[in-house]
Design a protein around this ligand. Structure first.
Ligand SMILES: [Fe+2]
Ligand SMILES: [Fe+2]
Length: 286
């Protein structure tokens, strides 16, 4: 019998009266929730692949607000952090990067920065992509060990999730220059290669991400690499290929087969908000 779960990403819920609060992004999130409530197959749970907040890394009340909102919903929910929740990927000048304080604060509020559970014979693993090549050596090496362990598990089907995309075209590509879109969205060549070798060894079916605010699905060496759209806003200034719309993914599972059904928001908020989507009619977005 077909069952489902929902993947949402980059919901970017802020808190009123904070400088960066964008009312349209909050309204868009609740539009998505109303659409989920109307789905024919009600989901067993939700997975949110990061960027739950506008600026949760420096405003813990934004993370607390997210937790509070999801507690009012009827579905279990599993979170993993995005750069807005814990800080960006590591760079030597340490500006805006993940650090121990942000990570500890996230874990204190959200419970953990990874998840692991089995549901109807499928292994679900979510983890923190900002620990890769970070300066948080202990946390990073613990996470690598933990991923190896989950890959070695004998579960037949494995669906894994993280916020960043692992690479643009392949793990063999040249290391992108710092501050380019390619650098910002990926995890670095060494980490990408190591992660893909773990995915292959573990026969992981798919790795699904957010961060890029577009929807893509591609296959590399028999692993599906999927990108979940944002419900909040569409990013400008990157040339990455994919479908640009606001919404979420419904994952329908039938036995061993998983398919992702993209859902566009039925209405885009006309409230105040940056990004080129708010106020733009949905018909103009492809
Ligand atoms: Fe985002
Ligand atoms: Fe992000």
């Amino acid at each position: 019998m077909t069952w489902s779960f929902i993947q949402m990403s980059d919901i970017h819920i802020g808190v009123k009266n904070e400088i960066k609060f964008q009312p349209s992004w909050v309204e868009n999130f609740f539009t998505a929730i109303e659409q989920i409530k109307q789905l024919e197959i009600q989901p067993d749970f939700l997975i949110v692949t990061g960027d739950m907040t506008r600026d949760g890394k420096s405003k813990p009340n934004e993370l607390e607000n997210v937790k509070r909102i999801f507690k009012t919903l009827d579905w279990p929910v599993y979170f993993i952090p995005g750069n807005h929740d814990v800080g960006n990927r590591y760079r030597d000048d340490k500006s805006n990067v993940i650090n121990q304080n942000n990570l500890d604060s996230y874990r204190k509020i959200m419970g953990d920065d990874k998840f692991l559970f089995e549901h109807k014979g499928i292994q679900f693993v979510g983890f923190n992509s900002f620990l890769f090549s970070s300066n948080l050596e202990k946390d990073e090496s613990q996470q690598w060990d933990w991923l190896e362990e989950q890959a070695n598990n004998s579960t037949q089907s494995k669906l894994w999730f993280m916020h960043s995309i692992p690479f643009i075209d392949s793990p063999e590509e040249v290391e992108p220059k710092i501050d380019t879109a390619e650098w910002y969205y990926t995890i670095g060549k060494n980490s990408a290669q190591r992660l893909v070798s773990i995915l292959k060894k573990g026969n992981v079916n798919s790795l699904s991400n957010g961060h890029v605010h577009i929807h893509t699905k591609r296959n590399y060496e028999n692993i599906d690499f999927i990108n979940c759209p944002s419900s909040a806003f569409i990013t400008e200034g990157n040339n990455l290929e994919g479908k640009r719309f606001l919404g979420f993914l419904e994952w329908q599972i039938d036995g061993e087969t998983a398919k992702q059904i993209p859902h566009k928001l039925s209405k885009i908020s006309e409230l105040e908000g940056i990004g080129f989507n708010p106020g733009v009619p949905i018909s103009s977005l492809n």
